[in-house]
Design a binder for this molecule. Structure first.
Ligand code: BJW
Length: 249
């Protein structure tokens, strides 16, 4: 992709940057995005109908099995060039903060040193009664994980619709967004709150907004640069155009 000169010079001198990723950032690793729907056994269910506390209350076995299936699918998945490009960018921009809505852990696997996981992590489970995160667990007769401390049901340590995001992470994400000069929105539909409010918090403080997505989103009209395409292709190209060029002088 040919990037505008104005974008390249903006990024070449940036000191504070926040990047927010969504499901599209993991698409090229082989994971389906949230609103793509599902495949196989689960194609009859919409993810947004399964990711809620009400769904778990109604049918804990169904929701436990869905997450167990997704955890298994993620096991064989590796970060893609977009994840690695973000690691490289973090080494060039002193005040870089990576915020993700993804629960797959792929940024950490790629080597991103610090990641604000706003919606939790699918690899962890916690007790529904609030008895903390469980490392190991046994399953009850119906296959649902049971809390080793109190015997209550375990659930994935992710944030479902209607649930509060981890306060400290959300505060850190807003702080980084308000402080940054450039906000990079990558592979997210920009509709799920409160994450979708982060680029607006940045923009209100004068930050420039760059979006990378295969298609326009509600954020697109508010961006300074919309880079249409796959993040696994655009991010490495952008890194090469801005920072590798600097190294070569
Ligand atoms: C590519 C690509 C490629 C593809 N390259 N791009 C204000 C207004 C209206 C509603 C609300 C509001 N405030 C709160 C709400 C309700 C709700 C909400 O936002 N609903 C919306 C649907 C309208 N929000 C909540 O309920 C949140 N909680 C909350 O606000 O609580 C308040 C509270 C306060 C105090 C006490 C108690 C409560 C919680 C939201 C939690 C979201 N959780 C999920 C599930 C996580 C676990 C799991 O994975 O199972 O998070 S839902 C799902 O959506 C998941 C995702 O992280 C999140 C965002 O999805 P994302 O990443 O944008 O994915 P997609 O699939 O939608 O989009 C992919 C994009 O990639 C697309 O644009 C593609 O084009 C693109 N793409 N391939 C680049 N290769």
């Amino acid at each position: 992709m040919k990037f505008p000169n104005e974008l390249i010079s903006l990024l070449a001198s940036v000191q504070w940057m926040a990047a927010l990723t969504g499901a599209g950032a993991s698409q090229e690793s082989g994971l389906r995005t949230f609103r793509d729907g599902q495949s196989g056994l689960w194609s009859q269910y919409k993810p947004e109908e399964l990711a809620s506390p009400e769904a778990f209350q109604r049918n804990p076995k169904l929701i436990w099995d869905w997450y167990a299936w997704r955890r298994e699918a993620i096991k064989g998945v590796r970060p893609n060039p977009g994840h690695y490009a973000l690691v490289q960018i973090s080494r060039k921009v002193p005040g870089f903060t990576l915020i993700t809505q993804n629960v797959d852990g792929l940024h950490a696997m790629a080597g991103s040193p610090e990641v604000i996981e706003l919606h939790g992590n699918i690899h962890r489970v916690r007790c529904v009664r609030g008895d903390g995160v469980a490392g190991d667990w046994e399953e009850g007769p119906d296959g649902i994980g049971l809390c080793p401390k109190c015997g209550g049901f375990l659930r994935p340590d992710v944030v479902w619709f209607g649930e509060e995001l981890p306060r400290a992470y959300l505060a850190a994400a807003f702080e980084a967004s308000r402080k940054c000069e450039v906000f990079l929105s990558i592979g997210t539909s920009s509709i799920v709150q409160p994450a979708a409010a982060l680029p607006y918090a940045a923009r209100n403080r004068g930050a420039r907004i760059i979006e990378i997505n295969v298609e326009p989103t509600p954020l697109t009209p508010k961006t300074d640069h919309f880079l249409q395409g796959k993040s696994g292709e655009i991010l490495p190209e952008l890194f090469a155009a801005v920072w590798n060029r600097q190294i070569r002088g």
